[in-house]
Design a protein around this ligand. Structure first.
Ligand SMILES: [Fe+2]
Ligand SMILES: [Fe+2]
Length: 187
């Protein structure tokens, strides 16, 4: 499958640049409507990221095959469920802020920081998920800092999501070592 041949680091760079572009757009104020609009815009991107994670993990949980795939499938399914919780929490937050959560499949991958990568085999799937989790962790860490004390509600939600994504990355890293016998994707 084409995804297997893609250079990982290039993809991460591109995705991270895309994920960060909204952060560089302007100064952060505190209580004006412009800030809420900005927050909603950022959260739409987080929502898209979570939707793509739900789709990718769901696909992997069904399609993973091979020796010892059962436990990996169960792990993928568990992550899909947790990504779904994130997706709903972010959508609720957008709604609370007066926005309309964007679930439109059109343009989904453009709005998302993470990719939808099928993976050619079990190890590829694990790698794709690890990359996606690293992007999410990197992006959400920045967002937690970005919101600072200006929007405690949004910040708290992102901190909770971030903690779970860190666990997901850890889970994928452990699975990769278990299936390849050595750590991969070290910086
Ligand atoms: Fe998530
Ligand atoms: Fe995750």
């Amino acid at each position: 499958m084409a995804d297997a041949q893609k250079p990982f680091l290039t993809d991460i760079k591109t995705l991270r640049a895309r994920a960060r572009q909204h952060l560089e757009d302007g100064a952060i104020g505190s209580n004006n409507i412009g800030d809420v609009k900005k927050t909603i815009e950022i959260l739409q991107s987080v929502l898209a990221t979570e939707i793509v994670c739900v789709l990718r993990y769901s696909m992997h949980s069904v399609a993973a095959s091979g020796i010892s795939s059962q436990s990996v499938k169960a792990e993928f399914a568990e992550h899909a469920k947790e990504e779904h919780e994130h997706m709903m929490a972010v959508a609720e937050r957008i709604n609370q802020l007066g926005g309309t959560p964007n679930f439109n499949p059109e343009g989904l991958l453009t709005r998302s920081a993470s990719q939808y990568s099928e993976g050619a085999n079990l190890v590829d799937m694990i790698k794709e998920n690890l990359v996606a989790e690293r992007i999410a962790v990197d992006h959400y860490r920045e967002l937690v800092r970005y919101f600072g004390n200006d929007d405690p509600g949004t910040k708290k939600m992102l901190e909770w999501i971030l903690t779970v994504e860190e666990e997901h990355a850890d889970d994928m890293h452990d699975l990769l070592i278990a299936h390849e016998g050595r750590p991969m994707l070290k910086d």
